[in-house]
Design a protein around this ligand. Sequence first.
Ligand code: ZN
Length: 409
Amino acid sequence: MPTLLLAYLVLCTAWWAFEFYVGRRQAACVQRYRDQVPAAFAQSVTLEDHRRSADYTRDRLRLDAIASIVDLAVTFVALLWALDFVTGLVSGWMAPSIARSLATLGILWLCSSLLSLPLSAVRDLGLEQRYGFNRKTPGLFLRDRLKAMLLTVIIGGPLVAGILWALRDLRGPWWVYVWAALTVIMLAAPTVYVRVVAPWFNRFTPLDGDLAARLEALLVRCGFRSDGLFEMDASRRSSRGNAFFVGFGPTKRIVLFDTLLEKHAPDEIEAIVAHELGHFKHRHTLTGALRGIVSLFAMLAVVGWLCRQPWLLPGFGMRHADPALALLLGFMLASAASPVFGLFGRAISRRHEFQADDFARSMVGAAPMVSALTRLARDNASTLTPDPLFSLVHDTHPPVPVRVAHLLA
Ligand SMILES: [Zn+2]
């Protein structure tokens, strides 16, 4: 086996083994404290709810473990056989062209989408259904999947064709043009998403009444300008509550899930919105976008260089050649270090959550934020007794007990 291929597979397996170990730790930690509500939540969370969170966390970890084994197996099959086989098969049908490269990538994408379908059905219609989170019917689940795949074809197809064209026809650092184009798309995406894509999946209605007036007053107090407050009918798919902000500058919108509005008291909703405003005050959205643009530049520089190296395809043991295959392997190899970057990214995100909580506390006080977080943890069955190493590796948000302790400090 070529050394590069062997090294890549060893790296994938090592990362998988580490994640498996961390998952086992989390399961053990949650199980250990299953019968005892942490002292800080003794007044606000019942033992029954606490056990339900523990069981949900355990079942989800089990499913994640199965998914990661499937992923690892798919990586092995792809690199040892499927990528080369599909490239050879399509080469037999078509002369070298961008259409041929697109056909190769299209077949591979279709295979991986179909492979991920059963586990995702088990997750949504099995696990989430059992704990009362899922509200999707099998029909809606399939319709969502089909719509998402159609969107990938409509948006991804021309995009990949453009990248393949740049790789083939542009002299010098072709990837710089790709980077510039992707950056424009990334900056426009949130606005396009909210106005064009999201309405395809959900209904958005402007918020009105007492709560809207109260939130508008909060926005004024924080010196925040927006394109409006909206309620989204998230309850069609899931019972989980959430809120998010999208867009930049004056086109940004605040979207509250109807499930959040149903379950939380007005002062808790105010605290949640104040937390989101904290992200804007500290420019987390903007710096996050800038970080994304810089990492995309670095990623494409590496991919751009790798794609034109004559050793890339033989290094992975490929007998057939196509620019699509070089692009795919370039991306896979360049992403080999992404788990490490992911750790840094999540550490930054956790720090941002503390800053946003601090801002919320300064605007509405600690109490409504603490009760909002407690209710969210209970309703979403998030564990109150996580393993610290698991949290360090996986969490984009500090665990609720840590955030509550920080708010009350
Ligand atoms: Zn946040």
